[in-house]
Write a protein that binds this ligand. Structure first.
Ligand code: 6PG
Length: 487
């Protein structure tokens, strides 16, 4: 028996089903902002606990059954689902859809794969329902106090949802960190890329930490001081800030630096891999994100690491670091440059996704809604918005005048860091891959010409010429004459 009276019908502005931490915090955030919030969970104990612990946050309308939950919503109804991605989400969608009417809105605020969101949106649209896949970033704290919110779905659904979401979202300089991203799966697509960028940011920060630790022999807490200092400049961001905090943490059991007692195997729930898989399908080189994702995989490749450890030699001679302060300064610049490349690549993926799926995504707005609330919130996101305002057709973020200037200043330091790491035998997958990308994308000419020749040699895959239109093939096994293949 639930320890609350049944809620009245047609009363709540919005409902949330799924009362784990993210769902209950989102519901509390809505309630604290004056919305009447219906809440529900598969097992009623969690709903009871939210009421018992946080009932005073605002007006909650708890329900034990999904029927009562739906009935308690004002029409057109809005119900947010905050349950596990995949099967559990599909199950709850079916339960809600069976009880809803045309014009009602179902919101999936979990980290769903955008292609699932597109499928669900299409199925519910056929029933006259709106399905809104929405990215929500900021973790537990953000959900409660102001996340960055990235809703997809119809414009019509945003007319109903937007005012509520913009009220509960983080707010930077008077602007809410929420906007209508685009149709169907656009919101989850953008959230996916956000997470990919998050992976790259986290990895490159960790590479800088690793170099300070191994090349300079600095303690975790000393490195924490460096990150705290970096957080006062161009690198200012949530992830740099928490890195400083984490590195200053001492393990209560051993008295050692906390980071030193953590097993060095990074887990992943899948959004980084989705970003890379999608980028491969769209043909977008998100090399920084890919290397960051694979770096987690390498860390978790336990049998391979055991087989290699102590067997495969480094054959490396770490160059002497005469000026430690200069080395740290180089790391700061390299970190900034690598970060700029990761963001530039991420925005390329959003642009490619928008193009492919027909979404009208404003790239500058995406940077704007990431300025607060989300995990990758950072000072320089303003500069990205400005770059897209200067030129809405910007083909490459790095080619914007501001970013070109910024990255140019970092190049010598970035090269020294990558060269040092390679010579010393220290892995820097994101530092190195982003530098390689930088040198590739700016190259006058790439060795791809040779790849094309090889493809034509063994597979008659044809090639194009620099000096004439058309596609051609060489009779490699015959007289090696060239023939035009396209008519
Ligand atoms: C956010 C986070 C959030 C979550 C990731 C972590 O934006 O609030 O990205 O979505 O922390 O799922 O992902 P991994 O477990 O894959 O690191």
């Amino acid at each position: 028996m639930a320890s609350f009276a049944p809620s009245p019908a047609d009363v709540a502005d919005i409902g949330v089903t799924g009362m784990a931490v993210m769902g209950s915090n989102l519901a509390r955030n809505l309630a604290r902002n004056g919305f009447k919030v219906a809440i529900h969970n598969r097992s009623v104990e969690r709903t009871e606990k939210v009421i018992a612990d946080h009932g005073s946050d605002g007006e909650f309308y708890p329900s034990e059954s999904i029927d009562d939950f739906v009935a308690s919503l004002q029409k057109p109804r809005v119900a947010i689902i905050m349950v596990k991605a995949g099967g559990p989400t599909d199950a709850v969608i079916d339960e809600l859809a069976a009880r809803m009417e045309p014009g009602d809105i179902i919101v999936d605020a979990g980290n769903a794969l955008f292609t699932d969101t597109r499928r669900r949106e299409e199925a519910l649209r056929a029933k006259g329902l709106h399905f809104v896949g929405t990215g929500v970033s900021g973790g537990e704290e953000g959900a409660l106090n102001g996340p960055s919110i990235m809703p997809g779905g119809t414009k019509e659904s945003y007319d109903r949802l937007g005012p509520m979401f913009e009220t509960i979202a983080a707010n930077v300089d008077g602007a809410p960190c929420c906007t209508h991203v685009g149709a169907d799966g656009a919101g989850h697509f953008v959230k996916m890329v956000h997470n990919g960028i998050e992976y790259a940011d986290m990895q490159v920060i960790s590479e800088a930490y690793d170099l300070m630790s191994k090349a300079l022999g600095m303690s975790a807490s000393e490195i924490g001081d460096v990150f705290a200092e970096w957080n006062t400049g161009d690198l200012e961001s949530f992830l740099i800030e928490i890195t400083a905090d984490v590195l200053h943490q001492v393990d209560a059991d051993t008295g050692k630096a906390f980071v030193d007692v953590i097993l060095d195997q990074a887990a992943q729930k899948g959004t980084g891999a989705w970003t890379v898989q999608t980028a491969l399908e769209l043909g977008v080189p998100v090399t920084g994100i890919a290397e960051a994702t694979f770096a987690r995989s390498v860390s978790g490749s336990v049998p391979q690491r055991e087989a290699a450890r102590g067997v495969l030699p480094a054959k490396a001679e770490a160059p002497e670091i005469a000026d430690r302060a200069a080395f740290i300064d180089d790391l700061q610049k390299a970190l900034y440059a690598a970060k700029l490349v990761s963001y530039s690549q991420g925005f390329d993926e959003i642009a490619a996704g928008a193009d492919h799926y027909g979404w009208d995504i404003n790239l500058g707005d995406m940077a704007r809604i990431w300025r607060g609330g989300c995990i990758i919130r950072a000072r320089f996101l303003d500069r990205i918005t400005e770059a897209y305002e200067r030129n809405g057709d910007l083909a490459l973020l790095l080619a914007d005048e501001y970013f070109t200037r910024e990255i140019t200043e970092c190049i010598p330091a970035w090269r020294r860091v990558v060269a040092y790491a390679a010579t010393a035998g220290l892995p820097v997958p994101v530092f190195a891959s982003t530098l390689s990308y930088y040198d590739s994308v700016r190259a006058e000419r790439l060795p791809a010409a040779l790849v094309q020749a090889q493809r034509d040699f063994f597979g008659a895959h044809t090639y194009r010429r620099v000096d004439a239109d058309g596609t051609y093939h060489i009779e490699w096994t015959g007289d090696r004459s060239q023939t035009r293949q396209d008519g």
